[in-house]
Design a protein around this ligand. Structure first.
Ligand SMILES: Cc1ncc(C[n+]2csc(CCOP(=O)(O)OP(=O)(O)O)c2C)c(N)n1
Length: 337
């Protein structure tokens, strides 16, 4: 429905400044530009494996805006590159990690790509095992209770992860103890080739929350402002001691699952519909309607970010690999810390 001319723009109603929404868009575009480069690196045989956030940017960047970065704990999953950028990881961090170079702050070149990790940003490292981060997130929220601090723990995962036992254990534990936890499902409707209706008996992820006695909020995850609003509410609720929230953010996966997948199981219609919901052109239109961006500025932004990203890629390609004699470091206690 069209909004009356006298009504303030949606972002102002949410207390966000023009500068903040411009920044939000910039981060979404930065993620998209890195994403494009990563697929090229994969096809060139330079990146061994690539997983990206294309189509998930609004959910990731919009939710990050509701957090106290470096204070709240974040448990992410392999699709969260745009989230990482919103939290303060740089393009250099991403490329050093994907190319497994010595300077990789995530793991010194040992983890799969987009396995974010930073003690400073309170982003916990992760296992590639789907859903294993969910009990970790519940545990960190329990730590807030034990320490008497008011940080929250937000845990990100896909819809496929909600079919795992870890999901049940994490949500159940957090609900029983009314912990300051937010469980954020980036629901793109697919667990690799398995569609949602073959993963669960419920129609939505959100309604699973009823089984734990916590709120389940379903929303359009391609709208960063809707995501921000819902996450902020969940964070406030958690800080007030009222317990966890499950957010079911409906997003789109605009690429195959990973560089090792070819999407052969999705029809042209499904892919076209996903493209139609692409969060980036949509948020650009919003900014244009608000006179916060015009076509020339947008073109400049993409050019500027593409140059920035290519420079980061080149720096990472020039960086040395981890020294072979340190291969076991961080993997075995006896090898030092
Ligand atoms: C325990 C476990 N089983 C299987 C896999 C293989 N696997 C990797 S990603 C994935 C799909 C997960 O889908 P979803 O949680 O919906 O996240 P999405 O990739 O769609 O964002 C699977 C089955 C795994 N990593 N861990």
């Amino acid at each position: 429905m069209a909004r009356a001319k006298t009504m303030p723009p949606r972002h102002r109603e949410l207390g966000l400044s023009d500068q903040q929404v411009r920044e939000l868009y910039r981060t979404m575009v930065l993620a998209r530009v890195i994403d494009e480069r990563l697929w090229i690196l994969s096809r060139q045989g330079k990146a061994h494996f690539v997983l990206t956030s294309r189509g998930h940017e609004a959910a990731q960047v919009g939710s990050a805006l509701a957090l106290r970065v470096g204070y709240d704990y974040v448990f992410s999953y392999y699709r969260d590159m745009a989230l990482g950028l919103a939290l303060g990881f740089t393009p250099d961090d991403i490329f050093l990690s994907v190319l497994a170079r010595q300077g990789d702050i995530m793991s010194g070149g040992r983890q799969l790509p987009n396995h974010l990790s930073s003690r400073r940003l309170r982003v916990a490292t992760q296992s590639s095992s789907v859903a294993s981060q969910i009990p970790h997130g519940a545990g960190a929220a329990y730590a807030a209770r034990v320490l008497g601090e008011d940080f929250v723990a937000i845990t990100y995962f896909g819809d496929g992860a909600t079919s795992k036992g870890d999901f049940h254990e994490g949500l159940n534990f957090a609900a029983v103890w009314k912990l300051p936890a937010i469980f954020f499902c980036e629901n793109n409707g697919w667990a690799i080739s398995v569609p949602l209706d073959k993963q669960m008996g419920t129609a939505t992820v959100a309604e699973r929350a009823a089984a734990y006695g916590i709120p389940g909020v379903r929303l359009d995850g391609c709208d960063p402002l809707a995501v921000y609003a819902a996450t902020r509410e969940a964070v406030e609720r958690a800080r007030r001691g009222e317990g966890p929230t499950l957010i079911d953010a409906e997003v789109v996966r605009l690429t195959p699952h990973s560089s090792q997948d070819d999407d052969h199981y999705r029809t042209r219609d499904v892919l076209d519909e996903a493209k139609r919901r692409d969060p980036i052109p949509r948020f650009r239109r919003y900014l244009e309607e608000q006179n916060l961006l015009d076509e020339a500025e947008d073109a400049r932004l993409w050019d500027e970010l593409r140059a920035e990203v290519i420079a980061a890629q080149e720096r990472a390609e020039a960086a040395p690999p981890p020294p072979p004699e340190e291969a076991r470091r961080h993997l075995f206690a006896a090898e030092g810390r």
